[in-house]
Design a protein around this ligand. Structure first.
Ligand code: RAM
Length: 333
């Protein structure tokens, strides 16, 4: 008899715990990280950083989501559903800086704090944009790596989508760099878009190789594009004749550096980027972010983030990878 009572008491305890559990979860700050598209290793790493921040902060429930293809329309649908779920903050890498403004304005009217990171939303649609690095620095870096790989000649850009905020800024900065005397030997002959889809990027890279017989370098400022272009150069047996450079993940690029298709590429730490963006969103929910120039926001192990002009903040300089260091970092991201 006693043991039956014991079992009943235990069962009641379990029921109570089940009731309390969701109540605690509901008290958590819901931060939704909306990426350009799912299945992209760069955003998987940003997600990892977001999880790290959520764990440290302790009161955050992180929702990681995004469309299957990187379009603004699909992102709007995702954001609409997050508004209905009453999330507290949105951390968005935008597929189009202007197309997302009406929906993120609606989110803001409902009290949801909107931060963009990686690929920005136009100023009216977010409190803050977190850039991974200084844009001009990235443009110059791309030009430098193209010059180092080829010594000069025709170059082409294989980008992500035609509307991607970040890639469009970096291409504009690359063009500014190319106009400087130090890069006068490089000639940009084409810009194509692989939409951050492996198959389309591969086809576009093949197109560049076939229609530009004098091409010396493909510059892909996208982690998806740079892998596809490297594969296309290898498949076309053009290693040593055409080089690929741009922005890539060491884990995805190590093999292509070894094959000789790539001499060097660059990137920042996507884990740190997702980590910092999550901290900023948390601070925004706590009322600690205005987006005013000069404002400083604490971001855990990354220290303080300082807001610059146009409510933008930037992280570290891009780091360059080559045969000497790629394996070491390939284990991390
Ligand atoms: C792709 C995405 C992302 C960009 C990186 C470099 O993964 O386009 O937005 O920051 O490349």
């Amino acid at each position: 008899m006693k043991s039956v009572q014991h079992v009943i008491a235990l069962a009641a305890g379990v029921l109570l715990a089940l009731q309390i559990g969701p109540a605690f979860a509901a008290d958590k700050i819901k931060i939704a990280m909306v990426v350009k598209s799912l299945g992209n290793g760069f955003f998987d790493a940003a997600h990892e950083g977001g999880n790290e921040a959520a764990k440290e902060l302790g009161d955050v429930e992180l929702i990681y989501t995004g469309p299957t293809a990187p379009t603004a329309e699909a992102q709007i649908e995702v954001i609409n559903s997050l508004i209905s779920q009453k999330v507290d903050a949105l951390v968005i890498s935008a597929n189009d800086k202007d197309a997302l403004v009406p929906i993120t304005k609606r989110a803001a009217q409902r009290g949801i704090k909107v931060i963009s990171f990686d690929s920005g939303i136009a100023e009216g649609g977010r409190i803050l944009q977190l850039n991974p690095s200084n844009n001009a620095l990235i443009g110059t870096k791309l030009a430098e790596m193209a010059a180092e790989a080829s010594g000069g000649g025709d170059i082409a850009v294989l980008s992500a989508t035609a509307q991607a905020t970040n890639q469009n800024i970096w291409i504009a900065e690359l063009k500014k760099a190319l106009a400087r005397p130090e890069f006068s030997k490089l000639k940009l002959v084409a810009t194509v878009y692989g939409d951050d889809q492996s198959d389309k990027s591969y086809r576009e890279a093949l197109g560049l190789l076939r229609s530009n017989p004098n091409l010396k370098v493909i510059v892909a400022p996208t982690t998806v594009g740079i892998v596809a272009a490297s594969k296309a150069v290898a498949d076309e047996k053009l290693i040593g004749k055409v080089y690929v450079t741009g922005l890539g993940l060491p884990s995805e690029m190590a093999g292509h550096v070894k094959s000789g298709a790539v001499k060097s590429f660059a990137i920042w730490n996507p884990i740190d980027l997702g980590y910092t963006a999550t901290y900023l969103a948390h601070a925004a929910v706590k009322g600690k972010v205005t987006g005013k120039e000069g404002e400083q926001i604490a971001a855990g192990r990354m220290g303080k983030v300082t807001v610059e002009a146009n409510s933008e903040a930037a992280m570290a300089a891009p780091f360059t990878y080559n045969a000497g260091n790629v394996d070491k970092f390939a284990k991390i991201f």
